[in-house]
Design a protein around this ligand. Structure first.
Ligand SMILES: Cc1ncc(COP(=O)(O)O)c(C=O)c1O
Length: 471
C-alpha cells in the first residue's frame, strides 16, 4: 500500500473505531443473522488481482459488521463480560505494526523485557510474592496446560525422553479439581496423555467451593489404590458462579501430599487488587503456579493470559529445545521466551498490558472493579426483593446467578426471548441440575442504567411469557 494511502486509510480506520466505541449501542449485542450468512456472501476463492482498500472496507462494513457479536456493548452480560479499552486497542495497533516476534531476546529485546516488567507489576498489584516468574500466553487454557505439564515433570522422572507409554514404573496419575472447575483442565489432562479418567472432580459445598476434606480423602483413597496424585487445581472465580475455592486449605493438603498446586484465577485474580477483596488470593502465595487473564477483567483486548510459576525451571525442562538455527550468544545471560512453552513465536502482548496498567493506574483499576462488584450486588438485591425470580448462588464478585421462579423450559424461553431483543445478552449455566441464568458485569462501558435496563427487560419478558396469549 502506498504510504499516503496508508495514512488516509489509517486515519479513517481510527475514526471508525472511535465512533464505534463511542456508540456501541447502535448495534444489537447479538447479530441477527442466520448461520452461513458471511460464508455465502464471500467468494469461494481469494481474488487473483489485488483490490483497493476502500472496496475491502466497504465489504467489512456490509458483510462483517452485521455478523459481529458486540463484546464491547454495555449490554453484554454473558459469559465473562470483557472490555477492549482504548489504550489496549492502540497497543494492539502498534503491536501489529511493529510485528515483533519475541521467540528470542535478540528477536525482540523490548517485547522480552517488557513482558517481565509488566507481569511483575501485575503480580505485585495482586499481592503475590516475587518468587513467581511470569510468562504471557494467549489463553488460560494454555496457561493451565503448561502448569500441569510442569506438575507432570515434577512428579514423573523422564517424561521428556521416554514419554509415558509402556512404562511399568509410572503409575496412573491423578489430577484433582472441583466439580465447578473449567473444562480447560479436562483438556489439559487429555492433551498431556494422562487420560481423561485421570481427572478427579472433588465435590463442592452448597456455595460451589471445593470441599477440601473431600480432596484429602480422595488423595488418600487414590494412593491406597495405586494412583499417583500429581496436582490439584484450585479455582478462584469459577466460571458458573465465581465461587472461590479454599486455596489456603488446599495449599496445605498439597504441601502435606507433596503435590503441585495450580490456581486458576483466570477471571477473579485481579479482584485481589481491590481493598477488601485481597482474600480471593489467600493461600495463593503458596501455589506452584497461577493463571490470571487480563483479557477477562482487566480491560485488555483479547487475548492475554498471565501465567505465573514458582518452578519455571520445570516448564523449561519440559519444553526448552534450541536447534542450531536458533542459537544466539549474548554478552550476558538473557531470557528467551521460546524456552517457556510449546510455541516458538510470540506476539508483543505485553505492550497492551503495560499500556493498560499505565493508562488506568492501580487506583483507576480498583475503582472500576469495585464499581462492577457494586452493580452485581445491586442486581442481586433486586432479584432477592422480587417475587418472580430467585437467586441461585452467592455473589462474591461481579456475576449473579438466578432463575425465574418456574421450570427449566420457561427459563430457557426467557433467556432466548431476552437475548432476541438485541439490547442485552445474558448466558446460562446449570446449577444443582437446574437451568440458571447468569448476569456477568465486567465491561467498562456498562453503567447502572444498563444493569437496570437488563432487569426491566427480564421482568417484562417474564411477564409476557407468563401471560396466556389471547385466541
Ligand atoms: C475459571 C476459568 N478458567 C479458564 C478459562 C478459560 O479461559 P481461556 O479462554 O483464556 O482459555 C475460563 C473461561 O471462561 C474460566 O472461566
Amino acid at each position: 500500500m502506498d504510504p499516503s494511502d496508508f495514512r488516509r486509510h489509517g486515519h479513517a480506520l481510527v475514526d471508525w473505531i472511535a465512533e464505534y466505541l463511542a456508540n456501541p449501542e447502535r448495534y444489537p449485542v447479538l447479530p441477527r443473522i442466520a448461520p452461513g450468512t458471511v460464508r455465502d456472501a464471500l467468494p469461494p476463492a481469494a481474488p487473483e488481482q489485488g483490490e483497493p482498500f476502500d472496496r475491502i472496507f466497504a465489504d467489512f462494513e456490509r458483510i462483517i459488521v452485521p455478523a459481529l457479536t458486540h463484546w464491547n456493548h454495555p449490554g453484554f452480560f454473558a459469559y465473562f463480560a470483557i472490555t477492549a479499552s482504548e489504550p489496549g486497542i492502540l497497543a494492539e495497533l502498534l503491536s501489529a505494526a511493529l510485528n515483533q516476534q519475541a521467540m528470542l531476546w535478540r528477536t525482540s529485546p523490548a517485547a522480552t523485557e517488557l513482558e517481565e516488567v509488566s507481569l511483575a507489576w501485575l503480580r505485585r498489584l495482586m499481592g503475590l510474592p516475587d518468587v513467581f516468574e511470569g510468562v504471557i500466553y494467549d489463553t488460560a487454557s494454555v496457561s493451565s496446560l503448561h502448569a500441569l505439564a510442569a506438575a507432570r515433570e515434577a512428579a514423573v522422572p523422564g517424561v521428556r525422553p521416554l514419554g509415558l507409554a509402556q512404562r511399568p514404573d509410572v503409575p496412573r496419575m491423578r489430577i484433582y479439581c472441583s466439580e465447578q472447575a473449567h473444562s480447560s483442565i479436562d483438556k489439559a489432562v487429555i492433551l498431556l496423555g494422562l487420560g481423561h479418567e485421570a481427572l478427579y472432580r472433588v465435590p463442592c459445598d452448597d456455595e460451589f467451593r471445593m470441599v477440601s476434606g473431600a480432596l484429602a480423602a480422595a488423595i488418600a483413597e487414590d494412593r491406597a489404590n495405586g494412583w499417583l496424585p500429581v496436582a490439584a487445581v484450585a479455582t478462584v472465580g469459577t466460571t458458573s458462579t465465581t465461587s472461590v475455592d479454599p486455596v489456603a486449605e488446599i495449599a496445605e493438603i498439597c504441601r502435606q501430599e507433596n503435590i503441585w498446586l495450580h490456581v486458576d484465577a483466570a477471571y477473579a485474580g485481579v479482584a485481589a487488587m481491590v481493598p477488601g477483596y485481597e482474600w480471593v488470593l489467600d493461600g495463593a502465595d503458596r501455589a506452584d503456579s497461577l493463571v490470571v487473564n487480563p483479557h477477562k477483567w482487566l480491560f485488555t483486548p483479547f487475548d492475554l493470559s498471565a501465567f505465573y510459576c514458582r518452578r519455571m525451571d520445570l516448564v523449561r525442562q519440559a519444553f526448552a529445545l534450541t536447534p542450531d538455527y536458533l542459537k544466539t550468544v549474548e554478552s550476558t545471560p538473557v531470557r528467551n521466551l521460546m524456552d517457556t512453552g510449546v510455541q516458538l513465536g510470540r506476539r508483543f502482548r505485553s505492550l497492551k498490558l503495560w499500556m493498560v496498567l499505565r493508562h488506568f493506574g492501580a487506583d483507576g483499576i480498583r475503582e472500576r472493579l469495585g464499581e462492577h462488584m457494586r452493580l452485581a450486588r445491586l442486581f442481586a438485591d433486586w432479584i432477592d426483593a422480587s417475587a418472580g425470580f430467585v437467586r441461585v448462588a452467592p455473589v462474591p464478585l461481579s456475576v449473579v446467578c438466578f432463575r425465574a421462579d418456574a421450570d427449566d423450559a420457561f427459563n430457557e424461553r426467557l433467556l432466548e426471548a431476552v437475548n432476541a431483543g438485541g439490547e442485552v445478552f445474558l448466558s446460562h449455566t446449570r446449577l444443582q441440575n437446574r437451568f440458571t441464568l447468569r448476569l456477568a458485569i465486567g465491561n467498562l462501558r456498562t453503567t447502572e442504567a444498563h444493569v437496570a435496563r437488563a432487569w426491566t427487560i427480564l421482568q417484562e419478558t417474564a411477564l409476557q411469557l407468563r401471560t396466556p396469549v389471547e385466541q
